[in-house]
Design a protein around this ligand. Structure first.
Ligand code: GLC
Ligand code: GLC
Length: 808
């Protein structure tokens, strides 16, 4: 069942009923200010850091779900309704929400009045701006009262939800004209405040939640609105809100627009006050002046649209499959931008409080983002590398505001260091900016201890080598990519988190995943070493890789597939000898991607085992059989009920590794088949089962052992976005930047016959027409009409257009 449809022309998903199976959200903002907004207007916004600089209060896991954030009420005579449907769940004559690229437009109508709210965060601004357009479609004059509402968060979202003994006494507000200022804590250490203004005179306001709603009322029954009388309340402590009351008279057919601005403003310390006790509002007034006319807002919308067009133009496909086109051209890169911005911090499943930027996560997010805004990817790489420890290991997360490693989460995830090499290699392949390798970058943010970025990569690579176990395979440490495979943890206490609790000292638990990752990483690392003039290091790296491959084949092969790990006691994990968890997806994908077993048939065997044992109609599950009981020696993975999360859920992030592996062995039809099982647009028709947004990937879909098989959770912030982009764009459609040229090597099977890819890279444009006849052994290329050998097209000078014909 569907709850809307794609509008490809407008690059929007159009939600046509408010009763979606879950709140379907969008992200506004691309730089420093971000909003989460659901199709009924729920959500919140923050400046840079969802924990420390949150403007709006939002209650997770609430009942009903998704109330809070912003609301807008219309009082038409005695009839009070909410055009976004929530919070009053008004019966509407029509409803539509269009989630687009950085814009969300919600429109509802009732009794001849249509209200449309267009939300965006304009480029260069630290504000969420909303244009409200009211139209009288009836034949009589309408006299309306409009009430806006936002509820302020007292900045630190964690403290805001826990420290009531203090917080109920600190809320402060100032009012000036039509602008409401939230100035809690500005009197002491804060140099920032929030402003909520509207470009029109107001008939009244409220800033105290209890006065506006009534103490025992929900957002669906605000007393001030129901009585049509703003109270002009001034919050003092308790819960500060912002609500304007506008009186609007509309002749039949008449339309009027208003612009609301919800902004974040900082003042320099010496300019905090206008006069004693009165906040300096100058920058806020200037902000509101930039949106005092509707035309200014429309210009900002156009600017944002052009911005996205120029980003998305960098890589496009035209094929006969519209779902493929819309994923590759619009929604997948869009989600990659969001995961780049958010890492795993703020979504409808991530509270914005618990997690900073992941070392592993952010390096992977780069893979799908690097072609969009390479300069930002460069900065991100430097930020991440600056948190690395001098021995090559890494903090697992860092806080975006301080850019410091996060001590609460700690370190010891032994796959982390290698992801830095993968991220840096992707950046250099895209840009040719080898200079980044010579940048001086600190360890653990200590400016007294710096080294070149290449040296950081060297330490990453050698960290793995210095931490090998009894079989010559990498020690897993706290965990590898699979955060929940905790082989040294032995937790028996429900009150301690698996991720941070003390581990047993042990040098036996080894990861075949990291071994595969090492072999995958080594060729790029060796090339970079060579580039830097370290020929011996390059040769040594290649030898280490050969040895690691041999160790995998000798100790990491189970007969029909690759093993997953050896545990603390040296027992196998992911072997046919095991009771549960006999086969895992991760090493099959990563080892074959790395080329392990490709020559001797083991790669094919492993992938066939995936097809036989792990593939389901909704995607490939992580392991089988699911763990049916808790194994203290395996940790969190076995804590999940069968079919969910890492215990045999479809953990979408790792599915693209198998897709890429299938292209590695030349089975494009299988690769594309797997792609379609999890690609969001292909699931639109089963939205009632899938439940999350049909335009973005979710982290997890419940697996075949689960009670609710096929149901997705954790939409938006997942490594699936970047990896599935890499799988489809680089390996299935087959166009990928390498150090010395653009590789053109499609592997998509028979279903997609012909397609065209336009790819901008290093300033040149490549137009690639693929005739997918599947007649030849490998793709045959003509570059600008000339037959060429091989599939690597040397980079053209910036400004040139290269025409490539590719026949498979
Ligand atoms: C989550 C984490 C990611 C991890 C994965 C598997 O998505 O963000 O770092 O690799 O789970 O455990
Ligand atoms: C939990 C989640 C897992 C995630 C990890 C990150 O263990 O189950 O998916 O990767 O937290 O901290």
């Amino acid at each position: 069942m569907q709850y809307g449809h794609f509008d490809d022309e407008a690059r929007e998903y159009v939600v046509t009923t408010p009763r979606t199976p879950y709140p379907w959200i969008n992200y506004l903002g691309n730089e420093d200010f971000f909003s989460l907004i659901s199709h009924t207007g729920g959500g919140y916004c923050f400046y840079r850091d969802a924990r420390f600089r949150r403007l709006l209060r939002y209650r997770y896991n609430n009942s009903p779900t998704d109330v809070g954030g912003r609301a807008l009420y219309i009082r038409d005579g005695d009839d009070v309704w909410t055009p976004a449907w929530m919070p009053m769940k008004s019966e509407l004559d029509s409803f539509e929400c269009r989630h687009g690229l950085g814009t969300t437009k919600i429109r509802g109508s009732r009794n001849g009045v249509t209200a449309e709210m267009l939300y965006l965060v304009p480029l260069g601004e630290t504000a969420e701006v909303c244009r409200l357009t009211l139209t009288n479609e009836s034949s009589t004059v309408k006299t309306l009262k409009v009430f806006s509402l936002v509820e302020f968060c007292l900045w630190n979202a964690w403290d805001d939800q826990t420290n009531f003994q203090r917080n109920f006494s600190i809320g402060e507000i100032e009012i000036e004209g039509s602008a409401i200022y939230h100035v809690t804590e500005y009197r002491e250490r804060r140099n920032h405040y929030a402003v909520f203004g509207v470009n029109s005179p107001i008939a009244g306001f409220d800033t105290d939640r209890e006065t506006f709603l009534g103490l025992y009322n929900g957002l669906h029954e605000p007393e001030a609105v129901l009585e049509g009388a703003p109270r002009n309340s001034i919050a003092s402590g308790w819960a500060p809100i912002g609500s304007h009351c506008l009186e609007v008279e509309l002749a039949p057919g008449e339309s009027r627009s208003f612009v609301f601005v919800l902004g974040y403003v900082e003042n320099p310390d010496e300019d905090k006050w206008e006069r004693p006790g009165v906040v300096n509002k100058e920058p806020a007034r200037a902000l509101m002046a930039r949106f005092s006319e509707t035309a200014q807002l429309e210009a900002a919308v156009a600017e944002l649209r052009d911005h996205w067009s120029s980003l998305l133009e960098i890589s496009t496909v035209e094929s006969s499959d519209e779902r493929l086109n819309r994923m590759v051209n619009t929604w997948n890169p869009y989600q990659c931008m969001v995961t780049f911005n958010m890492s795993r911090s703020a979504s409808y499943f991530e509270s914005g409080i618990g997690r900073g930027m992941g070392f592993r996560d952010s390096n992977q997010d780069l893979l799908g983002f690097v072609h969009l805004v390479p300069e930002r990817a460069r900065q991100r790489i430097i930020d991440i590398a600056s948190t690395q420890f001098a021995d090559g290991s890494a903090y697992h997360q860092y806080q975006p505001l301080t850019k410091r490693g996060n001590n609460d989460i700690g370190s010891g995830f032994n796959d982390d260091p290698l992801w830095l090499i993968i991220g840096v290699a992707a950046y250099i392949k895209e840009t040719g900016d080898f200079d980044i390798l010579s940048e001086e970058v600190p360890f653990d943010n200590d400016e007294a201890n710096t080294a070149t970025l290449f040296e950081h990569l060297r330490r990453s690579f050698h960290f793995t080598l210095e931490n090998l176990g009894p079989h010559g395979l990498p020690l897993i440490g706290r965990a590898d990519w699979n955060d929940c495979l905790n082989l040294n943890c032995f937790s028996e206490t429900p009150d301690e988190p698996y991720q941070t609790t003390a581990n047993r000292e042990g040098r036996t638990a080894e990861s075949i995943f990291i071994a595969g990752q090492f072999v995958y990483t080594a060729p790029d690392y060796a090339d970079l070493a060579e580039y830097m003039g370290f020929a011996e290091e390059a040769t040594a790296a290649r030898e280490h890789s050969t040895q690691m491959e041999a160790a995998i084949l000798e100790h990491g092969w189970d007969g029909e597939w690759f093993l997953r790990a050896y545990d603390f006691f040296g027992n196998k994990v992911g072997s046919h000898e095991c009771e549960d968890g006999q086969i895992f997806i991760e090493p099959q994908g990563f080892c074959v991607m790395a080329g392990v077993g490709v020559d001797d048939g083991r790669a094919l065997r492993a992938l066939d085992s995936v097809a036989e044992r792990l593939a389901t109609p909704y995607g490939i599950v992580l392991n089988q059989p699911a763990y049916s009981r808790y194994h203290v020696e395996l940790g969190e993975i076995s804590s999940y009920p069968p079919g969910y999360k890492e215990n045999a859920g479809i953990f979408c992030h790792n599915n693209p590794w198998v897709m890429i592996a299938e292209t590695r062995v030349g089975r494009g039809d299988r690769a594309f088949d797997y792609y379609k099982r999890i690609a969001a647009a292909y699931l639109e028709k089963i939205s009632d089962v899938h439940r999350t947004e049909p335009y973005v990937y979710s982290q997890m879909v419940a697996g075949r052992d689960a009670v609710r098989e096929g149901e997705a959770k954790n939409s938006w912030l997942t490594g699936t976005a970047a990896w599935n982009y890499v799988a489809i764009a680089h390996h299935i459609l087959g166009i990928r930047p390498e150090f010395d040229g653009l590789r053109v090597s499609p592997c998509i099977g028979a279903e997609i016959q012909n397609f065209t890819v336009t790819r901008r890279c290093r300033g040149a444009v490549y137009r690639i027409r693929v005739t997918n006849s599947l007649k030849h052994d490998g793709p045959l290329l003509k570059v600008n009409g000339e037959t060429t050998k091989g599939t690597l097209v040397p980079y053209a000078p910036a400004g040139e257009t290269v025409d490539i014909d590719c026949e498979t």
